[in-house]
Write a protein that binds this ligand. Structure first.
Ligand code: GLC
Length: 580
């Protein structure tokens, strides 16, 4: 008996020694792995992606047709801009039925096939959830505005006119910049932070929140994999609507963002919905401080997966003033603030900003491709979940319309109207729009050299960029040095390199005005990323003691070797090296 027990003890000791050694890799031991941290998210703007019925507007069947192309990119997740029923005042960000598909985009059957097609290919789907506001054509709002005692009245923010005009609220899209709109039916004002056709929902009403959770469950039960939560930092409001100091609109996020009970609502949403699914959740905007952002996403708070901050988008909006030091500071500060806790998104474009290569790179014919690849390298080598906007993989550029008649965006058109009424300088507005307008990144996707870049057989809802004959998928597919081939290569590198996802980030030579260099370190692995953000040939020196070994990727044929810690970088060169 005694002998048996000794054998048993020996066996247990051997087993525990073996178990301790094998199951966990270095990566698993050192980081909190999650699929949504490792994902490369590809954002599709459905209206401009691919039209299959010739009405000039992209549709779900178009995305289905292109699923093999999307799969070939190597991405893991698609974020789809809103596809729900909408009168399209703001291209689908004004929803009139949250459980239906926009007629121009197709049917629920198309949606089901699209989702199945994605899942068959191992691609996940993140949908836009637009619930700070609905459309004024949503049944809730029709009811709400019809009488003061309608059961839906409190689904929105109303201010009875007998109380006088409510305190001023600035509106992002309103022609008068006024977020209060008088409605004579009930002699009251309603609140709309965006356009008049986008009344803000009243999250302080528990019934509204239950409606939203039911909508979320509806889509999650269909099998979608997460939500990008539109304008979410604005949902909670102080319904006494106190006066804000003059000029508050210059700090609108501070005054509108992260309202009184936002975390209570998020916890409630987590308990009632999110905790039951394994999903990616990302709120558009992250408040105005790091603390705000952490409060949204730190894992122990059980609210959202990751923060999507706008500081990177808020710089370089004047093409004459591109200060790389500012760019480096923004991304370094955010990385440091999230080095130990929380998780970030990394992106350089989306449907609300200019094309990445026009803004952060150089879209002249000489440097378009190389600078676009350099920016791709940045997105795919930084810490945080990579978000990549459709069309950037082929280096699409700003269209820069000269005439207001070519613009389609409600924000641009309403700003123009307002300025016209005030007798402002319309030429200078159009000059500014040419660079920053949201329409720049909404022009049709460039598939090939046929009419309308192969996007539609009809008349496109917005003009196609005339450079489509040279910038398109068909041409780039056949070219191993194209932006497209490079994007695929870099996605593959990221997927094979946990160090690029999780590794510690350290900036090198922070005061260098042309080169952005950083290292990424995870356990024994250490990589060096060197990005020449300028059109000059630049000498770059590594700090003493740092030794770059083999080059593992470059946006040129070769980037060359470091000799005694020094290298000469070509314009817009982007190289990744292994560090000793
Ligand atoms: C978000 C969307 C933008 C939209 C606005 C109002 O910022 O990204 O496209 O216009 O919200 O919904």
């Amino acid at each position: 008996m005694k002998k048996n027990i000794s054998w048993l003890i020996i066996l247990l000791l051997v087993l525990s020694a073996v178990c301790c050694q094998c199951p966990k890799s270095d990566v698993e031991r050192s980081v909190d792995r999650k699929w949504w941290k490792e994902a490369v998210v590809y954002q599709i703007y459905p209206r401009s992606f691919k039209d299959t019925d010739g009405d000039g507007v992209g549709d779900l069947k178009g995305i289905i047709e292109k699923l093999d192309y999307i799969k070939s990119l190597g991405i893991d997740v698609i974020w789809l801009n809103p596809i729900y029923s909408s009168p399209n005042d703001d291209n689908g960000y004004d929803i009139s039925d949250y459980r239906n598909i926009m007629a121009e985009f197709g049917t629920m059957e198309d949606f089901d096939s699209l989702l199945a097609g994605m899942h068959d290919r191992g691609i996940k789907l993140v949908m836009d959830l637009v619930v700070n506001h609905s459309s004024d054509e949503h049944e809730w709002f029709r009811q709400s505005r019809s009488s003061r005692d309608n059961p839906y009245r409190d689904y929105y923010h109303w201010w009875s006119a007998e109380k006088g005009k409510p305190n001023y609220r600035w509106s992002f899209f309103d022609e008068n910049s006024d977020a209060w709109r008088y409605d004579s039916t009930t002699n009251a004002y309603y609140l709309h932070y965006f356009s008049r056709k986008q009344p803000d929902l009243n999250w302080e009403n528990p019934q509204v929140r239950q409606e939203v959770y039911a909508i979320m469950k509806f889509w999650l039960d269909k099998g979608i994999d997460g939500f990008r939560m539109d304008a979410f930092q604005f949902i909670a409001k102080d319904t006494t609507f106190p006066a804000f100091p003059e000029g508050f609109e210059k700090q609108v996020i501070k005054y509108y963002g992260m309202g009184p009970h936002i975390h209570d609502y998020l916890k409630e949403m987590h308990d009632s919905v999110l905790s039951k699914y394994d999903v990616l959740t990302v709120s558009e905007g992250a408040g105005s401080t790091f603390e705000d952002a952490h409060n949204l996403v730190d894992a122990d708070r059980k609210e959202l997966s990751m923060a999507y901050h706008f500081e990177g988008m808020d710089i370089w909006n004047n093409p004459e003033n591109k200060d790389l030091l500012e760019f480096k500071k923004v991304y370094t500060r955010w990385d440091s603030a999230f080095a130990d806790k929380g998780w970030l998104s990394i992106f350089l474009a989306n449907h609300d900003v200019p094309r990445m290569v026009s803004k952060f790179g150089n879209d002249s014919p000489e440097f378009r491709a190389v600078s676009s690849k350099m920016l791709t390298t940045f997105i795919l080598t930084m810490r945080g979940t990579s978000y990549y906007y459709n069309g950037d993989e082929i280096g699409m550029t700003n269209i820069g319309f000269d005439s207001i008649g070519d613009y389609r965006d409600v924000a641009a058109l309403n700003e123009y109207q307002r300025l016209q009424r005030q007798g402002g300088n319309l030429d200078s507005l159009v000059e500014r729009l040419k660079f920053i307008s949201r329409d720049n990144c909404r022009t049709p996707f460039q598939w090939d050299t046929t009419a309308n870049a192969g996007f539609t057989t009809g008349t496109p809802w917005i003009q196609v960029n005339p450079n489509y004959k040279t910038v398109n998928v068909a041409v780039e597919e056949g070219d191993p040095n194209s932006c497209l081939s490079y994007f695929r290569k870099m996605v593959k590198l990221r997927k094979e390199s946990p160090v690029l996802v999780y590794g510690r980030y350290e900036i090198i030579d922070p005061e260098n005005k042309q080169v952005y260099a950083y290292s990424r370190t995870l356990n024994d692995e250490k990589l060096l990323v060197v990005l020449n953000f300028s059109q000059d040939t630049v000498d770059f020196q590594l700090p003493e003691g740092m030794k770059a070994e083999e080059e593992i990727s470059c946006n040129l044929e070769t980037g060359g070797e470091f000799i005694n810690g020094q290298i000469t970088l070509k314009p817009y060169q982007a190289s990744v090296y292994r560090l000793d």
